[in-house]
Write a protein that binds this ligand. Structure first.
Ligand SMILES: [Zn+2]
Length: 189
């Protein structure tokens, strides 16, 4: 079993900033990816962290990243993010998948459920999505040969949700939830 863990965004463009956590997505998810990979290896899976190259355009970076993952040969791809909204009342976790991907849907549902339990927030579940809010294609879902999931574990913009997410990251519970759900769903295929 081979599971690719992707740290969302990149070194130069780190994604959303959480004022509560005082971290950007890329900063927050880099140590999380280490924990997820470690947990997956302990379960007997082959796992590796992937970063997109920094300093190039989005489509160029994603073409390089998805090519690298496809050459590596993943059974499942999990990209780590947190959500953010101007309206700070939004809270909960969800996992995005390519609309026509049946296995992507199953993986997203399993991972979102596990993450909500670990973080202690509302499970918004699996969401089929082809484009980001800005209208750009979600290449990690579209161009990976394996089923892929974007995990939005909590809203960094919501102080209570972000505090719960940070605690779950720091305790190792968030990594264990993502790894356990990813391992379990691939084992069932
Ligand atoms: Zn993100």
């Amino acid at each position: 079993m081979r599971i690719a863990i992707v740290v969302g965004h990149d070194e130069a463009n780190q994604g959303a900033y959480s004022a509560t956590l005082r971290e950007f997505e890329h900063q927050f998810n880099t140590p999380l990816s280490v924990g997820v990979v470690r947990d997956l290896k302990e379960r007997g899976a082959v796992a590796q962290t992937f970063h997109r190259p920094a300093g190039v355009g989005y489509s160029t970076a994603m073409a390089a990243l998805t090519s690298e993952i496809n050459a590596w040969g993943a059974d499942l791809v999990v990209s780590l993010h947190f959500n953010s909204m101007g309206d700070t009342s939004w809270a909960g976790c969800c996992a995005l998948h390519w609309p026509s991907s049946v296995r992507g849907n199953l993986a997203a549902a399993a991972i979102s459920e596990a993450v909500a339990e670990a973080v202690g927030n509302r499970n918004r579940g699996a969401i089929a999505q082809a484009d980001s809010w800005s209208g750009a294609p979600l290449y990690i879902l579209k161009d990976t040969a394996a089923p892929a999931v974007i995990v939005e574990s909590f809203f960094g913009s919501n102080p209570e949700d972000a505090t719960k997410g940070g605690a779950a990251r720091d305790s190792g519970a968030l990594a264990a939830a993502i790894a356990g759900a990813a391992y379990g769903i691939v084992a069932s295929w």
